[in-house]
Ligand binder design. Structure first.
Ligand code: 3PG
Ligand code: MG
Length: 403
């Protein structure tokens, strides 16, 4: 199955790299604190591609954005501090280049270096042409090398000069990290083993409406947790007290339920909840059936009966796709539901009965908190791109790599 997937995209296996200069779009938009990299996952993911290119005798020119400088030079959003981390992880010198890509001097700098050299260009978004997908900027990026490798799935939902435009200028292929993302994602929604169980949490239905609409038509079971579940509970006439919910879109929630019903997708809502007077550490909590949530209660996590229900359905699944925490997991003890279900998914994945893929923003943090991220079949490094993919949308950066 994996081969069929890969064959629809060009990869590093489809180009001759030796002696070439390869322009690689990476996503070095990593979380940073006080000028230091706080989570190097995205850097780590792209190392195999870079090693492979170096071993094959290529010169490597890296392009990435960092933050949202909106077309201006914002020194606090320079990629320079990231270059140090990349160099340490790669175990080879990384030369940071601040020269403007358009004036030809960057291309000159590239020409003057030896094979095996890695150059990192300054933040692509310092130039207004990046987000506008300006063909002139794409052409300037193209002049930096002979082949384009996109290894930044997490930026592939953006049609920018370095993610999309350049793919029409140079021969364009997927790097190994991009390839791994595509293989993992296609195997959960396009050609999955069924039944497929989608577990969706987080706060807002409104931000995930397209995603829910796409999923109910594709998966057999949809488990809903997080504050998002409160809106569905309220739409079904349940008391939710002072819980976080989008009370203005109850009809929308009912519409999702109706569409799920029509598509034969079973929707699992919480049957019990952990409630408290407020969201804070050390607050007094109660566990109640959802029918018994009081007027002053806030629902802050799924309860043990819901965990048991989800576990039972997970056992019958073959494929699991997960986005969003199931409770207010940042504050104990409201992490319990998410952790318990994450452990159950990890166990079933280890036992080989399911393939489990997770991704999108808080999800990875929640799985790391539960200590199970390595036990999932695949954890996407993407935030917004993962969500857009769950929405069933074509990602411009991926489309440009189609064979
Ligand atoms: C991300 O962090 O999700 C990607 O790097 C894309 O960043 P963006 O949302 O600023 O385009
Ligand atoms: Mg984003």
């Amino acid at each position: 199955m994996a081969n069929r997937v890969v064959s629809s995209f060009r990869t590093l296996d489809d180009v001759d790299i030796s002696g070439k200069t390869v322009v690689v779009r990476v996503d070095l938009n990593v979380p940073a604190k006080n000028g230091a990299v706080a989570d190097a996952t995205r850097i780590e993911r792209t190392i195999p591609t870079l090693r492979e290119l170096i071993e094959k005798g290529a010169k490597v020119v890296l392009l990435s954005h960092f933050g949202r400088p909106k077309g201006k030079v914002v020194p606090a959003m320079s990629l320079e501090p990231v270059a140090g981390t990349l160099q340490a992880m790669l175990g080879r010198p990384v030369t940071f280049v601040t020269t403007d890509w358009r004036d030809g001097r960057a291309a000159e700098a590239v020409r003057d270096t030896a094979p095996g050299t890695v150059l990192l260009m300054e933040n692509t978004r310092f130039h207004p042409g990046e987000e506008m997908n300006d063909p002139e900027l794409a052409a300037a990026f193209g002049r930096l090398g002979d082949v384009y490798v996109n290894d930044a799935f997490s930026a592939a939902h953006r049609a920018h000069a370095s993610t999309e435009g350049i793919a029409h200028v140079l021969p364009a292929v997927a790097g190994r990290a991009m390839q791994a993302e595509l293989e993992a994602l296609v195997l959960v929604l396009q050609t999955p083993d069924r039944p497929v169980f989608a577990l969706i949490g987080g706060k807002k239905i409104s931000s995930k409406l397209d995603l829910l609409g796409n999923l109910v038509a594709k998966v057999q079971v949809l488990g809903i947790g997080g504050a998002m579940a409160n809106t569905f509970l309220a739409a079904g006439g349940r008391p939710i007290g002072k819980s976080l919910a989008e009370r203005e879109i109850l009809d929308t929630a009912r519409d999702v339920m109706r569409r799920a019903n029509e598509a034969g997708c079973e929707v699992l809502l919480p049957v019990d909840a952990v409630v408290a007077a407020e969201l804070s550490a050390g607050v007094e909590t109660r566990t109640v059936p959802v029918e018994e949530v009081g007027p002053d209660d806030m629902i802050l996590d799924i309860g043990p009966a819901t965990v048991t229900l989800l576990e039972a359905r997970l056992k019958a699944a073959r494929t699991v796709v997960w986005n969003g925490p199931l409770g207010a997991f940042e504050i104990r003890p409201f992490d319990r539901g998410t952790v318990a279900v994450a452990l159950a998914v990890a166990k079933l994945t280890d036992a080989g009965t399911i393939r489990a893929v997770a991704g999108g923003g808080d999800t990875v943090a929640a799985l790391n908190h539960a200590g199970v991220a390595e036990h999932f079949s695949y954890v996407s490094a993407a935030g917004g791109a993962f969500l857009e993919w769950l929405e069933g949308r074509a990602l411009p950066g991926v489309e440009a790599l189609r064979a």
